[in-house]
Structures are given as structure tokens and as C-alpha cells.
Design a protein around this ligand. Structure first.
Ligand code: 6R9
Length: 671
């Protein structure tokens, strides 16, 4: 971790958030109907902590009540709703059947290739989840076996997740855009013997060969993996010429073989693992974030209700991918726990036209839209005429997630999408937090563009300096969470030590068993104003946030160093108008290799193969040396300054100060 020199949040602050703070009140028409309207909630939760979270647990149906809200006897291994028993699939499906069985649970809008859309009612979801759960069991999947999913935005993905939840098998969803190598790493890390994938999917009208990529990944798995393959492409996939191997099964066949099957939801302990999600961290190895059944589900249900204002009769649209935590928490678990209609779409916002999202919202009369600042910046660049062509008046609330939103984009979203009638919730949270942490409550708090808002009721967030002292309002510091919360990760899969190291060691007394001495550090910089509004300034570790996706610089560097002819590489994030940040790579070649286009192409390919196209470097700069401290550490900070064309920081501690100027000349001459 680089608390000391490399990423001082003070600098980050200067760039994005100097815009003057304007204040917007929640629209009256929204407040009138909102789920949470009482501003005393903050005080009440504080006074009644941790019992305040009983309300969140009450949103769920329990097979057996819990004994204690919180067991904090062994920090940081907190346990919530101890000894309570429940099943997430039952909570997201079965319990809605009586009242909402004929209502749509999942509204799937496919890529408009053959105008395939599916409206899946709770009744139909129940049927398919049961059939697939029965099929998984027959394949041998037992309770606590990790089932990996490598699937794009097709309805079989949430069905498979819920089928796993039903039989108590944790899922580990790998984003479909990740590479074969990334799949293999995750299969191996979780020692996962089962995989659900598909033959292919559409991107901008063209079929993509996903099974080919899957098979490449499987070839690198260190054990046998039984694989279920969804036929997404039908005859359009014939050109890829795939035949299913011996341990590969067709999804439709399996479901048909189990037609009408019913599987009793397995009673899970509140603390039993619901799923794993691998995310990028400071080192090259992705971290397997473990979420539990009780706390996570309570957290996502409660925040869906309080922050996104979801009601059962809503049609709620989150435009994220289920391969990321946002889709897990706010397409699948939170919304379905509340029995609403959750939409998912396949494809991109600009295919077949730049009106795709607006068309979907108009057609389905969506009540909420939850998306990322990177998308909003693209919409803004394309122009307001695209949304203006559509009736967006069904929208009641807008949300953003994934990265800081600059006030200009915020105001554009507010005006051109929300027609100044929808509150915006700018939700700060992480894979690790399970759900929202810092955001306004849409009917309670005023909005300040650029600032996410106060911490949610019942959370204790402080902005501190390196000595753990709270910083003055307006000053940059580090965001910390001082008390546990139900949705928190419980550990990193099979690696408690790294869990402590990554999230707690910085600000905790790790020898203490007093929970007061334990502080969660999410590795974000932030500042707070005198009304406790928090402005998140960005990561302070070696993680780059490209279009809201977390990428570790180490992962990208090791991919580049794996390319023949590369001696050393340093990767940093540089500002990017649309993506927020982009990947800048500085590369030293071995003797005898030229820094030409061919080499550049091989490096880009190496990164795409190892991680996926999202990690593709924006620029690759060849240099004979990298700026290093006397102790031999690469000074990434200077490389960031170069990428951002910023004033260069202190170079006096370098072994090789001249190299900085040389690199800068190279970058800016476009060489
Ligand atoms: C949900 C999600 C987490 C990191 C987080 C922070 C950044 C997310 C933000 C935000 C400013 C917001 N982040 N939401 N920064 N304002 N509203 O994105 O999870 O993929 O784990 O990323 O994203 O830096 O630490 P994840």
C-alpha cells in the first residue's frame, strides 16, 4: 500500500472537484411518495446501534430467527444475525409467488438481432430456477461447492445464480469480457469444479465466440471442470463449429430433463457464503471477496428500498453488468428480494443507435435508472437530442455508481434525463461493502453535485489523516469506516491474513480484540464538508478505475512483462474524458527489440489476452529507464503526472532524475 508518497489525495482533489458546491432540494413530487422520509433516521440509528439493523433483517423471510444482531467478539471477523437461517433464492423468488406470481421478475432486453426479449414472471422464474437447481444437483453440485459463471447479460445468468443459492452452492461470477486466462485464474483460485457459460453472445449485432474463449480457459484449469453451456446464438453460432466435449452439457437439455422438478430451498446459516466475487487489488492476485447470506441480503434489500426507493410495483432499470458487484446487488439480489420488476439489457448504449437506453426506458416505463458516470459522460458528449426524442417521464429516481461524478455530468443527467424532477443518488460503495455506504437518502437530504452525500444512517465513516486523526472539513484525507455493517465482506476466500492486511491493518490495532480498535480502510481518498457530505476523490492504492471497472496496475504490468522482448513495465492511470481513467503503460524493452508498432500491438494483445479488452492500454511509451527511487521503487506518481500533463512533483529522491524529462518529451511528441 502506498500511504506515503505515491497517491496523495490532495492532488486528485484539485482536478475533479473544484466546481462550486450548489445545492439541490429533493423534488416535492418524489418526497411525497418516498420509502424513507424521516430525517430522524440518522439519530435513531445512531442511538440504537447495532439493533437498528433489525429493520433490514425484517425485510427478509427467515426460516429461523437470529439470536444476536451482531457478534463482534472476534474482530474483524464480525458475524451478523447469528444463527439465523434463511435461503436467498426463497427470499428472491418463492415468497413473492402468492402476491406477485404473475408479475414480471426479470425483464430481459436482448441485443436487437432477432428482437428477442423475455418477460420472466416470478412464477416462471421459480420454475426455471427449480429446474436448473435440480440439474446442478444431478451434476453433483453439493452445498458449499463453488460454481463459477462466465456469462454475459442473458437471463440464464441470474437464473443460475438463484439456482445455486437455492442449493447452498456459492457462485463466483466472472465478467464475460474478461479473458480466458482470467477465467482460469478464478477457477483455480476458488478450486471450482463447475462452470456455467454460453456458446456466444452479440456485441453490436455480431456474434462473439464465447465458448472458444471458455475452452481456452478450461485448458488452463488445474482440475476437471463440469461445464454447462447455454445456447444463446442458435444457428448464428454454427460458424464457430463447436461441439460439446465429454464433460460439457447443454443448458436447455438439462432443464428439459428436469422439467417440473422442485427443489426445497436449503436452509442456510446467516453467515454461510452466498457468493464469491473476485476483484482487483494492489497485488497481481485478484481477491476473492466473500459475502454471506443474511447480512448481504439484508443490506442489499434495505439499501434498494431506502436509497433506490424501489417498490414492488416499480420497473427498475440498472444498466450495469451482472458480472460486477453492482449487477449482483442491484439487478439481482436487492431488487428481487423486494419483489420488484428488475430489468437487464444485453449490448451497449450506442447500438443499434445512441437512443438504446432511452428507447428501453420509454418502452418499459422504467421508474429508476441506475448507471455509471462514464456512461453519462458519453451521453453528454453525444448530445441531448437522443434522450429528447423519447418520453422519459416515467423516471422517478436516477442513480450513479462506480466512480466520482463531476458536477457538470451530474447537472446534465439531472436536467436532460431527469427533467429536474428526479433526485440523483450518487452512491459510493465497493465490491467489499456489499451495497451502498455513502449517498444521500433521496427524499431526506439535499443533493450537492460532485459529493456523494453523508454516510448512510447507522454507519460511522470518518475522513482521517495518516495518523488516524480526523481531518478538518474541506481537507483531503482517507475514507475509513469505524464500525462494522451487515453487508460487509467477511473475509477473502481462504485467506484471512490477506483480509486483515488489505483492509484493516492500516488503521487498526491488529493485536486487539476490542472492536473499537478495528477500522476498515477501503483505500479511497475523500474530504468532508461541514454538513458531513463526503466527496470521494478516488483510489489511493495501485488500482485504476477505467469506466468504473477496477483494474490492478500489477495485473496489467505482469501481462506486459509476459510479452516476449519486454524487460520491465510500469502502468499508471491517466485522466480520460470518457473513461475517467485510462491505462498508460511505460515499457523497457530487452536488447535487440524495437519499440515499433508491431511491438506495441503485441503488448496490447498481451494485455487483452491476460485480462480483457477493458484493460487495453491507451498508450504504450517505450523508454530506456523508469524513474526510480534510490531504494529501487518505481515512482508511479511521476508517471501519472506525465500522463496527466500535470506539473511534475518532486524528483529529488530519484536515482535517475533526467529520465523523467526524457519520458515526458517522448509522450508529448507523440512518439
Ligand atoms: C460499486 C463499485 C469500488 C471503487 C471505490 C471507489 C469507486 C464507486 C463511487 C466511487 C466515487 C462513487 N467508486 N462508487 N467513487 N463516487 N459514487 O463500483 O465497486 O468495482 O469494487 O469499485 O469504485 O474508488 O473504492 P467496485
Amino acid at each position: 500500500m502506498n500511504m506515503a508518497g505515491e497517491a496523495d489525495p490532495e492532488d486528485v482533489e484539485l482536478e475533479a472537484h473544484l466546481a462550486e458546491q450548489e445545492v439541490f432540494e429533493p423534488p416535492a413530487s418524489f418526497v411525497e411518495q418516498a420509502n424513507v422520509t424521516d430525517e430522524d433516521i440518522y439519530e435513531e440509528f445512531e442511538e440504537n446501534w447495532p439493533e437498528c439493523w433489525e429493520g433490514a433483517a425484517d425485510l427478509l423471510s427467515w426460516d429461523e430467527g437470529y439470536d444476536e444482531v451482531l457478534d463482534d467478539s472476534n474482530p474483524p471477523f464480525y458475524e451478523w444475525f447469528t444463527d439465523g437461517k434463511l435461503n436467498a433464492s426463497y427470499n428472491c423468488v418463492d415468497r413473492h409467488l402468492e402476491e406477485r406470481g404473475d408479475e414480471v421478475a426479470l425483464e430481459w432486453v436482448g441485443e436487437p438481432v432477432e428482437e428477442e426479449n423475455r418477460s420472466i414472471t416470478y412464477e416462471e422464474l421459480h420454475e426455471e430456477v427449480n429446474e436448473f437447481a435440480a440439474a446442478l444437483r444431478d451434476l453433483g453440485v453439493g452445498e458449499d461447492d463453488v460454481v463459477t459463471m462466465y456469462m454475459p447479460m442473458i437471463p440464464e445468468l441470474p437464473v443460475a445464480m438463484l439456482a445455486c443459492a437455492r442449493i447452498g452452492a456459492p457462485h463466483s461470477v466472472v465478467f464475460a469480457g474478461f479473458s480466458a486466462e482470467a477465467l482460469a485464474t478464478r477457477l483455480n483460485a476458488a478450486d471450482s469444479d463447475y462452470l456455467v457459460t454460453c456458446d456466444g453472445y452479440y456485441r453490436r449485432g455480431d456474434p462473439l465466440d464465447h465458448l472458444g474463449k471458455t475452452n481456452e480457459g478450461l485448458a488452463d484449469a488445474d482440475h476437471d471442470v463440469d461445464t454447462v453451456v447455454v445456447d444463446r446464438l442458435g444457428p448464428n453460432g454454427d460458424d464457430f463449429g463447436h461441439e460439446l466435449g465429454d464433460d460439457q452439457y447443454d443448458y436447455d437439455d438439462l432443464v428439459a430433463d428436469h422439467a417440473g422438478a422442485e427443489v426445497e430451498p436449503v436452509e442456510r446459516d446467516a453467515e454461510d457464503m452466498l457468493f464469491l466475487m473476485y476483484t482487483s487489488g494492489t497485488t497481481g492476485q485478484p481477491k476473492g471477496v466473500k459475502h454471506t447470506t443474511g447480512g448481504y441480503l439484508a443490506w442489499t434489500a434495505w439499501t434498494s428500498q431506502a436509497v433506490l426507493d424501489i417498490k414492488p410495483e416499480d420497473t427498475y432499470f440498472c444498466a450495469a453488468d451482472i458480472g460486477w458487484i453492482t449487477g449482483h446487488s442491484y439487478i439481482v439480489y436487492g431488487p428481487l428480494a423486494l419483489g420488484t420488476t428488475s430489468m437487464m439489457y444485453e449490448g451497449t448504449p450506442d447500438y443499434p443507435t445512441r437512443e438504446r437506453l432511452w428507447q428501453i426506458i420509454e418502452e418499459y416505463e422504467a421508474d429508476q435508472l441506475y448507471t455509471a458516470p462514464t456512461a453519462i459522460r458519453s451521453f453528454m458528449k453525444w448530445g441531448e437530442e437522443y434522450p429528447a426524442n423519447h418520453d422519459l417521464s416515467s423516471l422517478r429516481l436516477l442513480g450513479t455508481v462506480g466512480e466520482p461524478i463531476n458536477p457538470r455530468a451530474w447537472k446534465w443527467y439531472y436536467k436532460h434525463i431527469g427533467n429536474e424532477e428526479c433526485p440523483i443518488v450518487d452512491t459510493w460503495w465497493q465490491t467489499e461493502t456489499g451495497g451502498h455506504m455513502v449517498t444521500t437518502l433521496p427524499a431526506v437530504n439535499d443533493m450537492k453535485p460532485g459529493s456523494a452525500g453523508p454516510a448512510l444512517p447507522g454507519l460511522d465513516v470518518e475522513i482521517v489523516d495518516t495518523n488516524a486523526e480526523q481531518v478538518e472539513p474541506g481537507r483531503a484525507g482517507y475514507l475509513t469506516v469505524q464500525k462494522p455493517w451487515p453487508g460487509m465482506l467477511r473475509t477473502l476466500y481462504q485467506n484471512d491474513e490477506r483480509f486483515i492486511e488489505e483492509y484493516w491493518a492500516e488503521y487498526s490495532d491488529t493485536d486487539s480484540d476490542d472492536p473499537e480498535d478495528w477500522v476498515y480502510f477501503p483505500e479511497d481518498g475523500a474530504k468532508i464538508d461541514d454538513e458531513d457530505y463526503i466527496t470521494v476523490l478516488g483510489r489511493v492504492d495501485d488500482v485504476i478505475n477505467v469506466s468504473g471497472h477496477r483494474l490492478g496496475t500489477m495485473e496489467i504490468e505482469s501481462a506486459i512483462v509476459g510479452v516476449e522482448g519486454v524487460a520491465e513495465a510500469a502502468v499508471v492511470g491517466g485522466e480520460h474524458d470518457l473513461k475517467g481513467e485510462a491505462v498508460y503503460a511505460y515499457v523497457i524493452l530487452e536488447e535487440g527489440y524495437d519499440g515499433d508498432e508491431e511491438m506495441r500491438g503485441r503488448i496490447v494483445e498481451g494485455v487483452e489476452d491476460a485480462i480483457g479488452p477493458i484493460a487495453r492500454p491507451e498508450s504504450v511509451v517505450f523508454t530506456p529507464e523508469l524513474p526510480k527511487t534510490r531504494s529501487g521503487k518505481i515512482m508511479r506518481r511521476l508517471l501519472e503526472d506525465i500522463a496527466n500533463e500535470a506539473e511534475l512533483g518532486d524528483t529529488s529522491t530519484l536515482q535517475n532524475p533526467d529520465i523523467v524529462g526524457d519520458i515526458r518529451d517522448k509522450v508529448h511528441s507523440g512518439d
